[in-house]
Design a protein around this ligand. Sequence first.
Ligand SMILES: C[S@@+](CC[C@H](N)C(=O)[O-])C[C@H]1O[C@@H](n2cnc3c(N)ncnc32)[C@H](O)[C@@H]1O
Length: 245
Amino acid sequence: MKLLIKKQRQIFDGEKLVKTFQEERHIINPEKDFQTKTFKIPKEKLKQSAFTHEKDNFILLDLSEKEKITTFKRGAQLITPKDAGIIISKTGLNKNSKVLDAGTGTGGLSAHLSLICKVTSVEKHKEHLEIAKKNLENYEVEVIEGDIYKIDLKQKFDVFTLDVPEPWKAFKTADKHLKKGGYLVVYSPQITQSQKTILALPENYLHEETVEIIERQWKITDKIVRPETKDFQHTAFLTFIRKTN
Ligand SMILES: C[S@@+](CC[C@H](N)C(=O)[O-])C[C@H]1O[C@@H](n2cnc3c(N)ncnc32)[C@H](O)[C@@H]1O
């Protein structure tokens, strides 16, 4: 897959700007012709790194890591880069860290984390497992079939990330797998799930904080400088818990 960018084009009548065609971005398969709203680009052109077609200038780039992950085939809803980023920075993940991640789902969070450290990912549902394994083919993630509430991998991790419907059922797993001082990070779309987890915390766990990351994008052109008008997207609440012994 490649990122195809149609560059902005402006039409002038003498000094006067008559029309602006805005930049467009598409993730495309360069092995197939690409149909835009108005014309078809033959696949032969998509083999080049830049070309002109019907007065428009195009550039082709390799996908960034973020683009690769956000275009994964979906098994379940996958985590956004904003949420993956805050997990990495708040837990201090580094190249020596080991993370246990569940459920694997589409493999989004596991993929983001694997760019930094060693990841073991657990998924219960066969169908999601197969999709995730394919998505994660080019990432160093050990994907294991199992129920995160019951599993015993007989090893310890620095961080345990949980994106499952009933995270409060996973404290026994955290007891077995999380190092002293390690972080349990719970990703919950509903605040009631965060509350239930915090109220169920055993003695040896400390609730550090629960946060929601709001990403606000801005539109910036020569004439417009303001936040984008589209709605803020709620994804989830992130609860950071520390294991004390
Ligand atoms: C929302 S998805 C996770 C998405 C993932 N974080 C990503 O970024 O792609 C939740 C996943 O947890 C799995 N799951 C639910 N209960 C589980 C359990 N007890 N053990 C392991 N996986 C479980 C579901 O099958 C689903 O695939």
